[in-house]
Design a protein around this ligand. Structure first.
Ligand code: DGL
Length: 265
């Protein structure tokens, strides 16, 4: 056991979406320190090119490494799709955890043979997405929709506004009409919209697949395998950094505290 074990877990997102991953990591590994970096100044990533996203995420990774992160969770489907191969090549000694749309569990669970996926335009149009679908969803109809506008709603604390619910309806109703019984949340911002999504689904048989708990377990496994879990027995703390203003960092911390309280309520 070295002092490196007490170094923080680094989490990165374009903005506030990674809070959905942060919350499960904190619940799974309460003794760990966490440092979260949000690229608030450049959010959203979903409409950008691969080169732009890779450049931005590289800045985030450098910031987290300067904060001594022992592992980096790319808590963003878009950033993972665009940049994780480059990051792994650039920092082969750093363990990276990425997020890919949970097509496999959805394809296994569906009874109707129809699965809905809600992601950013970048993610659902990517080669990685096409590849994952071909590999894991043979014989399953996958309805992939770009949830344009939703990331901005979350960033601006508008999760409960009628226009957010209208956007969600526009994206989810066609999936329900086509018989989808699984909804894969393929953008980390979208778990923050679960209360509104549940209102739309109502009593129709659609299961929401939020990958966050599985990502937290995977982070724990990777740290355990490498002998990198902290030995600390007291509660760890979380630090929130942003490429935006001090105010943005404070908003992140507040939103994170609010979100985790809704999970434990
Ligand atoms: N939270 C992100 C994702 O998982 C990125 C959203 C965005 O910046 O467009 O895809």
């Amino acid at each position: 056991m070295t002092s490196a074990n007490n170094a923080p877990i680094g989490i990165l997102d374009s903005g506030m979406g990674g809070i959905s991953i942060w919350a499960e990591i904190v619940r799974t590994l309460p003794q760990e320190e966490v440092v979260y970096w949000a690229d608030t100044a450049h959010c959203p990533y979903g409409g950008r090119t691969q080169a732009e996203i890779t450049k931005l995420v590289t800045v985030g990774v450098k910031t987290l490494l300067e904060a001594h992160a022992k592992i980096i969770v790319i808590a963003c489907n878009t950033a993972t799709t665009a940049a994780i191969a480059t990051l792994r090549a650039q920092w082969p000694e750093v363990p990276f955890i990425g997020l890919e749309p949970a097509i496999k569990p959805a394809a296994r669970a569906t009874r109707t043979g129809v699965v809905g996926v809600l992601g950013t335009a970048y993610t659902v149009q990517s080669e990685m997405f096409r590849h994952t679908t071909e590999q894991y969803a043979q014989g399953v109809r996958v309805i992939a929709t770009a949830g344009n506008g939703l990331v901005e709603q979350v960033e601006n604390d508008r999760e409960e506004q009628p226009e957010t619910e209208n956007l969600l309806k526009q994206y989810i109703e066609p999936m329900l009409a086509a018989g989808a019984d699984q909804l894969v949340l393929a953008c980390t911002h979208f778990p923050l919209l679960v209360p509104a999504i549940r209102r739309i689904i109502g009593n129709r048989p659609m299961q929401i697949i939020n990958p966050a708990p599985a990502i937290a377990r995977h982070t724990q496994e990777v740290l355990a395998e490498r002998g990198m879990l902290t030995a600390r027995e007291t509660q760890g703390s979380s630090r929130f950094l942003s490429s935006g203003t001090e105010h943005d960092s404070r908003r992140l911390a507040e939103k994170a505290a609010h979100y985790i309280a809704t999970l434990t309520a």
